[in-house]
Design a protein. Structure first.
Length: 323
């Protein structure tokens, strides 16, 4: 959408609900899976598989993002990415996104345009469309996203299929968003690549369907931290999981940032959330898809998650409702 649709300096109240909706939906391209996009009471999305994978997340200003750290476009990208990563983690291909937006009446319309620009950009990059949603007045900025996906004839990959002897593997970055959060909290804005990892994740959407095709037995989006999320697989599958630190990729840039801040980069890799990499288990002799790397193994039933054979000291990842 070009800026000519939003008068300079206007607020969402001045533009009005329908004017704002037109401004952020006109002249947008949709994928073939969008049979009917924004403009009616509901959208129509193709579901050739006859099953629809669905996920939703809520992002609250000051909790999940800060506009003094991130541009509206980056927040929009993040809001969509965290949901589409869940779709990929089920082995599905993203098809559509629905947006719920709550904001104060004096919110600049340009801010909303930036948010939606980021949403459209991220959705398009995953092959999905932004097909509808709702906008309401609220005391603070809240973004809610519902994402849909298509299994394309395959079984959904859940958390409960891991078996002893399986290989544990990941695809995507680990520890970068946690390092970025540490950088931003210290008042720095560089290294930009690290700070940007906190501002918006870069999930490898195609890795989920690829893992499903390769026979993955369980899979999860790493949103709360590697150990915490592997713990969900271990609990759901009734198994143990052991992570080997010598197999983890601790990027030199994370080592540099950790040294500068007096922090352990391995801790970021093991427990940092919001990278939205994918973690999965595969049969012992399966060929891992491109981009996937082995980091450990599934162990004896109900033995929990260990690191190099021992319990990990400290929190394993993000926990909601705790300050």
């Amino acid at each position: 959408m070009s800026s000519q649709h939003v008068p300079n300096g206007s607020t969402v109240a001045e533009l009005g609900e329908f004017g704002l909706i037109r401004a952020v939906t006109e002249n947008r391209r949709q994928p073939e899976s969008t049979l009917l996009g924004p403009g009616d009471d509901a959208a129509v999305v193709a579901a050739a598989d006859s099953r629809v994978v669905a996920s939703t997340d809520v992002l609250v200003q000051g909790v999940h993002f800060r506009l003094d750290w991130s541009t509206p476009q980056q927040v929009g990208r993040k809001a969509v990415a965290v949901n589409l990563a869940d779709i990929a983690a089920m082995g599905a291909v993203p098809t559509a996104v629905l947006v719920g937006l709550a904001c104060p009446a004096d919110t600049p319309a340009d801010l909303v345009r930036g948010l939606t620009d980021g949403m459209w950009e991220e959705a398009a990059g995953a092959g999905a469309g932004v097909v509808g949603g709702d906008m309401v007045q609220a005391d603070q900025l809240v973004v809610s996203i519902t994402a849909l996906g298509d299994l394309r004839g395959r079984a959904a990959i859940t958390r409960s299929g891991a078996r002893p002897g399986d290989v544990v593997a990941v695809c995507g970055r680990l520890g970068w968003a946690a390092a970025g959060l540490a950088v931003l909290h210290r008042g720095f804005r560089s290294p930009v690549s690290v700070a940007n990892a906190q501002r918006f994740p870069e999930p490898v959407y195609a890795a989920g369907p690829a893992a499903a095709k390769a026979g993955a037995t369980a899979m999860i989006d790493v949103s709360d931290g590697l150990l915490a999320d592997l713990g969900h697989i271990a609990e759901a599958s009734g198994v143990g999981i052991d992570v080997r630190t010598e197999l983890l990729d601790v990027h030199p840039r994370l080592v540099e940032v950790g040294t500068a801040l007096g922090a352990d980069p391995l801790h970021w890799v093991l427990t940092g959330g919001e990278d939205h990499a994918l973690a999965a288990t595969f049969p012992p002799f399966a060929d891992l898809p491109e981009g996937w790397r082995r980091i450990g193994a599934v162990t004896m039933p109900d033995s929990g998650v260990t690191v190099d054979g021992a319990a990990y000291a400290g929190e394993s990842g993000w926990q909601h409702w705790l300050s």
